[in-house]
Write a protein that binds this ligand. Structure first.
Ligand SMILES: [Zn+2]
Length: 220
């Protein structure tokens, strides 16, 4: 259901329809919202940021607030310490908890962070080449990351998972593209600002071997 479906043809709230669909308190809350005179399409809007787009930082603060909303007021440092204690007590592999800790403090070695520390010449993402590799881009917005999320969603919601053979074929295709690009790139200068260049000092394709690493997690 969209907001537009709750409007009359002359762009006013359809009170009768709203009251038939929602409890009275929610109906009153909906119809109390002033309508904009200009008709626009419905869009998703994250209310916790001024620009309406989700950020990891705002999501973390929302989760933190929800976690402690029923607790008696305390100093920020105490509630923060309690939050970390709960995180460290979770039955998760240490490397995963350490990863979450680095995510919360935005200290993963993303291109943006390495660029800020003057370790890289460019903050661009080395996978898609179109955006700065911020924490949010690396985990959620990069097409390569979204492919992983799609695989995860297919497995969770549809029971579909790529077979090891499929993973091997995809990896082989990727490796062939990588080596082809390296052959086309005659040289690589560390001082270059062109992030799209690849290191020509990598081993030749004949020395590559496939090594399929498998990791797994389980909800407890
Ligand atoms: Zn990317």
């Amino acid at each position: 259901m969209t907001v537009a479906s709750l409007l009359t043809p002359d762009k006013q709230w359809n009170h009768a329809l709203i009251q038939s669909l929602f409890p009275s308190d929610i109906s009153q809350a909906i119809t109390a919202i002033p309508l904009h005179p200009i008709s626009t399409h419905d869009t998703y809007f994250w209310s916790l940021t001024p620009h309406g787009s989700y950020t990891v930082n705002s999501g973390y603060h929302l989760a933190h607030t929800k976690l402690h909303q029923n607790e008696p007021s305390s100093s920020d440092s105490k509630s923060s310490n309690d939050w970390w204690k709960k995180l460290w007590a979770l039955p998760l592999p240490p490397k995963l908890k350490h990863f979450l800790w680095r995510v919360c403090y935005d200290i993963l070695p993303t291109s943006r962070n390495l660029f800020n520390r003057k370790t890289l010449h460019s903050p661009h993402c080395s996978r898609c080449h179109y955006h700065d590799e911020t924490l949010e881009h690396a985990l959620f917005r990069c097409p390569a990351s979204q492919k992983l999320w799609n695989c995860r969603n297919s497995w969770i919601h549809e029971g579909i998972s790529p077979s090891p053979d499929q993973v091997l074929r995809d990896t082989s295709t990727y490796m062939e593209q990588y080596t082809t690009c390296n052959k086309k790139s005659p040289s690589f200068s560390p001082a270059s600002n062109d992030h799209r260049q690849h290191n020509n000092n990598c081993p030749s394709s004949s020395t590559f071997h496939h090594r399929l690493l498998v990791d797994a997690a389980q909800d407890l």
